[in-house]
Design a protein around this ligand. Structure first.
Ligand SMILES: NC(=O)c1ccc[n+]([C@@H]2O[C@H](COP(=O)([O-])OP(=O)(O)OC[C@H]3O[C@@H](n4cnc5c(N)ncnc54)[C@H](OP(=O)(O)O)[C@@H]3O)[C@@H](O)[C@H]2O)c1
Length: 263
């Protein structure tokens, strides 16, 4: 049985990835802070899901997850650095701690996760997957730290992909577009409080299950990048062709959101 460690498995894309890999016959180390959510997942798939409660901001938790994988499943073939948080605030209004927290989870959390898993993934010539975002290819207004964290993640993973060429490790940068999940409710505002309500109609967004399926397929095809939603792909390419025009389109689009800090 192949084994994957998925961070942020307690909701949204990470939870959907857990179902996807279980259905494909993999063992899953399901990692997040909310123990009860993980317990429900492992109760549903007792043979295949190992719940590990942990925080990607803590290196000891990441190391412990890999140790638990070895103890329970014997090894690890793939790691998916998916845990992430968002923010919505103007730079001039956001507390520095908000900006740091987003980088700490999205960028440094992924670095800690990948470093802990690397020896086993290398030994198995396996996969490293980072769940990035369209915001990792095109900066978004009122998401400066979020965009920065995803640009940093992309650079980190691209460097690693080349570094690991001789080791035969496959590295995938997966960039979802807007996806139904809890991310917008949990997004940090300028003060560091949760945004609580999503400014989008979540039911109209891509499903986390469709994202998980696309990531699984892209991994097995050996893709280097996966950019999701037609809107996301369009924004990425138009940014190369007409960056000034896209600036104005994005400003208008994000200023129109309910409760937007843009004026
Ligand atoms: N939804 C979108 O529109 C969208 C678009 C592009 C990219 N993404 C990316 O997709 C990834 C998953 O997000 P999602 O949309 O599925 O959001 P979500 O439903 O809020 O899930 C986020 C997951 O990350 C975990 N997490 C947060 N902080 C953590 C920490 N310090 N340590 C360990 N786990 C932590 C959460 O679990 P606990 O709270 O239980 O720890 C949760 O399982 C993120 O990297 C996000 O940036 C999402």
């Amino acid at each position: 049985m192949k084994v994957v460690w998925i961070t942020g498995a307690s909701s949204g894309i990470g939870e959907a990835l857990t179902h996807q890999f279980v259905q494909a016959g993999w063992g899953v180390v399901a990692f997040a802070r909310r123990a009860e959510r993980l317990r429900v997942l492992s109760a549903r798939y007792p043979q295949q899901v190992l719940p590990v409660v942990g925080d990607v901001t803590q290196v000891a938790d990441c190391v412990a997850a890999v140790e638990a994988a070895v103890k329970h499943f014997g090894t690890l073939h793939a790691v998916i650095a998916n845990a992430g948080i968002s923010m919505r605030a103007l730079l001039e209004e956001a507390q520095e701690e908000v900006l740091r927290q987003v980088m700490e989870v999205n960028f440094w959390g992924a670095v800690r996760t990948v470093r802990a898993a690397l020896p086993l993934v290398k030994a198995n010539q396996g996969w490293i997957v980072g769940v990035s975002s369209i915001a990792g290819f095109r900066g978004l207004p009122a998401r400066s730290a979020y965009s920065a964290s995803k640009f940093a993640l992309n650079g980190f993973l691209e460097s690693l992909r080349v570094e690991l060429l001789p080791a035969g490790v496959k590295v995938l940068i997966a960039a979802p577009g807007f996806t139904k999940s809890e991310i917008r409710q949990k997004a940090l505002t300028a003060s560091g409080a949760f945004q609580a309500e999503s400014p989008l109609n979540e039911d109209q967004l891509m499903s986390a299950e469709a994202v998980a399926k696309a990531i699984y397929r892209a991994m097995h095809r050996g893709q280097k990048y996966l950019v999701l939603t037609r809107e996301g792909r369009l924004v990425r390419w138009l940014n190369y062709l007409a960056p000034g025009w896209i600036d104005k389109v994005l400003y208008k689009r994000f200023a129109a959101e309910a409760g937007s800090p843009l004026r």
